[in-house]
Design a protein around this ligand. Structure first.
Ligand SMILES: Nc1ncnc2c1ncn2[C@@H]1O[C@H](COP(=O)(O)OP(=O)(O)OP(=O)(O)O)[C@@H](O)[C@H]1O
Ligand SMILES: [Mg+2]
Length: 251
């Protein structure tokens, strides 16, 4: 991969559910080590976009390239693709009957073929990185929302993905957790984890995003820093979307 090739390149991506045009020609790049945030009104297609990237949803037309190669070709190994492109779901999707440690080791053993010992070592490393090593033997029901989210992130990072996709990482959390999540994201970015994050949360976006992509009616309407979108974007609707954050408004 040359320095100029984006890790993920999305070109003219469209998706129709029956007659409903949800994505109408998305163009978007994610560079290695980016922490890019996608925002936009409810129903504008943010989750659908993320789901197309790791083939949970099949696009109607267009192209998605990962490291320069199409992810949509019939020969693509979708399971391998999903190891390279991690996904952290809104509700964390942990296995309730497995401990924290087992939630993280499962994929390492089943998908990466590690021995139990190798998987445990790797899982402990990732849980420790997310300050969760003291909770290894607990079950998901015994964890707070923020702790569950850390386990879900540890589970994703354990697969050594090239990029992690997040769909609404703070929506199942108490508002006071947002700052903590923002700090975690910023730390992961310093550790060179590439991330693409869909969120409604203006406070989170403002605290983490290098670039914000604003989707509207299935297309990328704007892409810029949070501050520029809020203060100087030519479209007043875009400015008001980003300016309505009470934490950001210049009172
Ligand atoms: N599997 C599906 N089948 C049919 N329609 C779908 C499906 N998934 C999404 N849609 C429709 O596509 C549109 C976009 O949905 P999507 O979940 O991508 O929006 P979103 O931007 O993530 O919204 P929110 O901010 O509320 O999470 C919605 O109108 C939704 O009803
Ligand atoms: Mg969504």
């Amino acid at each position: 991969m040359t320095a100029s090739t984006a890790l993920i390149q999305i070109q003219d991506l469209t998706k129709k559910f029956d007659e409903q045009q949800v994505l109408a020609g998305i163009n978007l790049d994610v560079q290695e080590f980016d922490l890019k945030v996608v925002m936009g009104p409810s129903g504008c297609g943010k989750s659908t976009l993320l789901r197309c990237i790791n083939r949970l949803v099949e696009p109607t037309s267009g192209e998605i390239k990962f490291r320069g190669q199409s992810t949509l070709a019939p020969t693509v190994d979708v399971r391998a693709l999903r190891q390279s492109i991690g996904f952290v779901f809104q509700q964390f999707a942990l296995y309730r009957h497995l401990s924290v440690l087992e939630n993280v080791t499962l994929g390492l053993r089943k998908l990466r073929g590690m021995t139990a010992l190798q998987a445990k070592e790797k899982a402990l490393f990732e849980l420790n990185r997310l300050d969760m090593s003291t909770h290894c033997d607990k079950y998901p029901a015994q964890l707070s929302g923020g702790q569950k989210q850390r386990v879900a992130i540890a589970r994703s990072l354990a697969m050594d993905p090239a990029v992690v996709l997040f769909d609404e990482p703070t929506s199942a959390l108490d508002p006071v957790m947002v700052r903590e999540v923002a700090e975690l994201f910023n730390r992961l970015r310093r550790e060179k984890v590439t991330m693409l994050c869909v969120t409604h949360d203006l406070t989170l976006a403002r605290m983490i995003a290098q670039r914000v992509v604003y989707l509207e009616k299935g297309v990328v309407k704007a892409e810029d820093s949070f501050e520029n979108l809020a203060s100087s974007h030519p479209d007043s609707e875009v400015r008001s979307f980003f300016g309505s954050d009470s934490g950001f408004s210049k009172k």
